[in-house]
Ligand binder design. Structure first.
Ligand SMILES: [Zn+2]
Length: 348
């Protein structure tokens, strides 16, 4: 059985479908008895699909077990090969507006194989246990290993655009091409106080007399990103080096005070800026590396070097889940509708 599945998996992967490879492979196993059913043997019909519209191709008569439990002669689609059957099945779910928008809508929108399998129950097959059978097969043979990697939406932080409210507002102080360095900061206030950017602005305005803030981007104690200034705005981030720098600051006061959420958001916005401004990882610096009058942002040389090394590499996919470990031994038989099928390779 594992050899059979290895052999047919590329065919399932070859034809895109709104239904996952794992669920479709399980349907093949269940519907055709892994290629042993009489219908499959005479028609390559691996999924029990009837010769229903819009099918125009050849058909084969075969008795099928209907919902009332009685065997009825019906016409089924006839294919030249297993591949043709897999291809047709892949698009079956969207082959008519009714199938796409009504019958299989739930299965198409399902996020997991369990949801897919249950959404097919009573619709693709009348058997009330159909979904359970599919799930059993998927888990027994670990069919999710054949699912193609989904291009999931890339992670991004919660972003609050407060450019209208930022201290001193926006102005055109420089072209973007003037920007050469991305500078990291902390606010020097412990994260536990949960200060916000407007608290710091009050301090800058009232205690220091500043006409504008220090940071283009600010990450609060929860990891939320605040966009304060356009890149063309020069801000007061680093004494004497503001003309060619863009500033990112986190609500924290030491390198051990940063939360994983804050660091994740900082990594995200740093990479966005590197791409947008064509700035290399080597030009991402800690405040003290640009003007050595402070410990900000709390990292030493080796730690900043390690961050730069990581930023030079593609980001790790935060949505990537580890593969599940084997839990069950494959069986060589499948009990399906009271018939015991020996699972052997199909002759295709
Ligand atoms: Zn700083």
């Amino acid at each position: 059985m594992p050899q059979l599945l290895e052999k047919v998996a590329p065919l399932f992967q070859k034809y895109p479908s709104p239904i996952s490879v794992a669920t479709r492979m399980a349907q093949f196993v269940v519907e055709s008895g892994a290629g042993q059913s009489p219908l499959y043997q005479k028609s390559f019909n691996g999924f029990g699909i009837k010769a229903s519209p819009p099918w125009q191709g050849p058909k084969v008569q075969h008795s099928s077990l209907e919902d009332d439990g009685k065997a009825q002669p019906s016409y089924f689609r006839k294919y030249d090969s297993l591949e043709a059957s897999i291809k047709d099945h892949a698009s079956f779910f969207t082959s008519t507006p009714y199938r796409r928008d009504v019958a299989y809508k739930k299965a198409i929108e399902a996020g997991t194989y369990q949801e897919e399998a249950q959404a097919l129950t009573g619709i693709y097959a009348g058997d009330p246990n159909y979904g359970d059978k599919l799930i059993q097969v998927i888990e027994l043979y670990q069919l999710t290993q054949y699912d193609l990697a989904q291009a999931s939406a890339p992670w991004q932080p919660q972003i609050i655009d407060r450019r209208d409210q930022a201290l001193g507002g926006q102005a055109y102080d420089r072209p973007r091409s003037a920007i050469k360095t991305i500078v990291w900061h902390y606010t020097a206030v412990p994260r536990k106080y949960q200060r916000k950017i407007w608290d710091h602005e009050q301090y800058w305005k009232n205690q220091k007399g500043w006409d504008r803030g220090g940071y283009h981007y600010y990450i609060d104690s929860q990891g939320v990103l605040y966009h304060n200034y356009n890149l063309e705005r020069i801000t007061w981030g680093v004494a004497d080096h503001n003309g060619d720098t863009v500033h990112i600051s986190l609500e924290a006061n030491s390198k051990t005070d940063y939360s994983p959420e804050q660091i994740k958001t900082r990594d995200w916005i740093t990479r966005q800026l590197m791409a947008e401004l064509a700035i290399p990882a080597s030009q991402v610096k800690g405040h003290w590396e640009v003007n050595n009058n402070t410990a900000c942002p709390g990292y030493n040389q080796a730690e900043m070097d390690a961050f730069r090394k990581a930023l030079a590499l593609p980001p790790k996919n935060p949505n990537c889940k580890p593969a599940s470990s084997p839990t069950v031994q494959p069986d060589s038989y499948l009990i399906w509708q009271g018939i015991k099928y020996q699972l052997v390779p199909v002759n295709d």
